[in-house]
Design a protein around this ligand. Sequence first.
Ligand code: PRP
Ligand code: URA
Length: 208
Amino acid sequence: MAEMVHVSRHPLALDKVTRLRDTRTLPKEFRELVADLARLLFVEASADLPVTSIQVTTPMATCTGHVVAARIGLFPILRAGLGMANAILDLVPTAQVWHLGLYRDHESLEPVEYYNKLPAELDIDLAIVLDPMLATGGSASVVMEILTKRRISRIKFLGLIAAPEGVDRIREEFPDVPLHLAALDSHLNEIGYIVPGLGDAGDRQFAT
Ligand code: PRP
Ligand code: URA
């Protein structure tokens, strides 16, 4: 199990997730930190992408270079995953982005779908599910279920902060999906929030 759960030890990730948690961090800086962390985690999570060789001509000579040889699909879970997707697009501008809107029912904590813009055909080699928070794991599980039914065989999850409860659920339901996180926290509280966490990731990004 351990090798499927990657908690970044990069000093920049440690620094940025600490500032993200801080109650004094206002939405503008919060969004910038979400974006920076998403890019850092994506770099770590994409280290095994295949490449193919090409010839490239510089002003001085021709040499062998490499290009990424995988079609990447980004699956941000609305709302909070949006900031992660936009940031990762800076690194892989040709990635396809598919939006799925889910919110958690406050009583049951079950995800409720309200928007689904997935195309009929998913022609990708790697799906990356994006959500800052992995709490009960219910929202991530819904997306992975959809992708699995569409026969997407390679899925990765990028999240900023996770609770052990959510990690255990995804490990059990989707044992082949690696989780790339900036922090793995203590527990969920009685209303399903991650402790110490950062509060509500959507509200803090979008000042609601
Ligand atoms: C938050 C978060 C995840 C979900 C995680 O979304 O962004 O999508 O909760 O919880 P889970 O692991 O228990 O499913 P929220 O429902 O607050 O919606 P929002 O992004 O629109 O604020
Ligand atoms: N969603 C959030 O935004 N924060 C949590 O702590 C749990 C779910």
